[in-house]
Design a protein around this ligand. Structure first.
Ligand code: PGA
Length: 260
């Protein structure tokens, strides 16, 4: 159990994995695992690829699956000639209540900037979708020892002009790029160092009352065997999970650890 008022969160980022039918099956398997071993007091979120969203939404609606639905990306405009993009109101209509933005893969492969992330955050919040805003440093920055100031600057830029009614309307995910999909995890102390600094930045931006309620997650090779160490840190409120979210028993085991 956390020693603060924040509800822990375990969020799965499926990335570009699972076809529509595979995604429905994975969601169904996860629902069965979580129902077989119910865990109270943890917010569970599943973020499938865009084409799987409606199928997973069906599993939530008809099977009462105990998790919320998130997207992996969105565009900031309401509608129009933006081929290939998805608007926030489309996510709402399909059942999403969360959306990952600013993931390092989108920043690295698709040129997403802090300014884009800020526009996306504002558009999502206007539609009452909670952004899961990602930040994190490269190996080069880590080795230069400037990771804390780098991540704080990233957060301040991405949240520029982003207003929230209360802290439950925003989630931050700290994901050091060198630990994503590599099997190399940051230590729990590494995660706390940066997540603590992020909370300091959130305090500066939103004031302590709102900042205290914003969840800060760790992500990067998080798995059943190491998640408890991260969760034991005062400023780590959960995990954003890539690879291990593709196996229902592993993901359910992480939810169970978060409930302990
Ligand atoms: P990973 O991915 O757990 O496979 O390292 C995490 C993420 O990129 O969100």
């Amino acid at each position: 159990m956390p020693n603060n008022n924040r509800t822990r969160m375990i969020a799965g980022n499926w990335k570009m994995n699972e076809t529509y039918s595979e995604g429905v099956k994975l969601a169904q398997d996860l629902s069965n695992e979580l129902k077989a071993n119910p865990v109270d007091g943890v917010d569970v979120v599943v973020c499938p690829p865009a084409i799987d969203i409606k199928g997973v939404s069906g599993v939530i609606e008809f099977d009462h699956a105990p998790f919320a639905l998130g997207a992996q990306n969105c565009y900031w405009e309401e509608s129009g000639a933006y081929t290939g993009e998805t608007a926030p109101n489309m996510l709402v209509d399909a059942g999403c209540t969360y959306c990952i933005i600013g993931h390092s893969e989108r920043r690295g492969y698709f040129g997403e900037t802090d300014e884009d992330v800020s526009k996306k955050a504002k558009a999502l919040i206007a539609h009452d979708i909670v952004p899961i805003l990602c930040c994190g440093e490269s190996l080069e920055v880590r080795e230069a020892g400037t990771h804390v100031s780098f991540v704080v600057a990233q957060i301040k830029a991405a949240l520029s002009g982003v207003e929230i009614a209360d802290g439950s309307k925003l989630v931050i995910a700290y994901e050091p790029i060198w630990a994503i999909g590599t099997g190399k995890t940051a230590t729990a102390d590494d995660a706390q160092e940066v997540c603590g600094a992020i909370r300091g930045a959130l305090n500066d931006i939103y004031g302590a009352d709102k900042a205290d309620a914003i969840r800060v997650l760790y992500g990067g090779s998080a798995k059943p065997g190491n998640v408890a160490g991260f969760l034991s840190q005062p400023d780590v409120d959960g995990a954003l999970v890539g690879g291990a979210s593709l196996k229902a028993p592993d993901f359910a085991a992480m939810v169970e650890k978060a409930g302990e």
